[in-house]
Design a protein. Sequence first.
Length: 228
Amino acid sequence: MKRFLAVLFVLSLVMPFSNLKAQKIDGNQMKVGNIKKHSLEKLPYSMDALEPHISKATLEFHYGKHHQSYVDNLNKLIEGTEFENVKLEDIVLKSKGAIFNNAAQVWNHTFYWNGLTPKSSQKPMGKLKEAIDKEFGSFENFKAKFTAASTSLFGSGWAWLVKDKDGKLEIVQTSNAENPMRQGKTPILVCDVWEHAYYIDQKNKRAAYVEAFWNLVDWKRAEENYRR
Ligand code: MN
């Protein structure tokens, strides 16, 4: 009897961890057993939806290969560290080195994809439009400044429209994987200016990619980010 109870006791400890079926729990994190695994968030459109501005081939590599690699690397790197079972945004805010690079690249890319749409209104609306007019004088002025920030960034990185704690808009450039949330800023819109974002479609012509990018901006989503 004692032996039977001991076996039951051991089973009760093991059972909760034996269910390895993946279960979606939070944004792009999946639960596998007792470990939260990050996963590639599904695109809100089909792989060819951004054509002719961004090709299906670019999405297959940029989303299917590069973004997927950051997710896979992150899952490997956090194994057995304090960042296992931590929400992606918190890893971005608190980590450094390789874990930060991969976590931020996962976050930044998901934010970038979700900020694009094949049905762009082509210009901002509502409260965001008012704020852009107030800060930059006009949408055309803003667009020229954001374009300059995107094309002039040296090396790999991101151009962002962010707001600070007082709601003031600002255009910032970040290198490599860096993310403005780490300076207490809220991202509203981002342009990925790593070469892998445009090399297939535009070869070395970043300016042509940025021009194409403007056709795809989801201003409705940007407005939601601004109101957050
Ligand atoms: Mn990228």
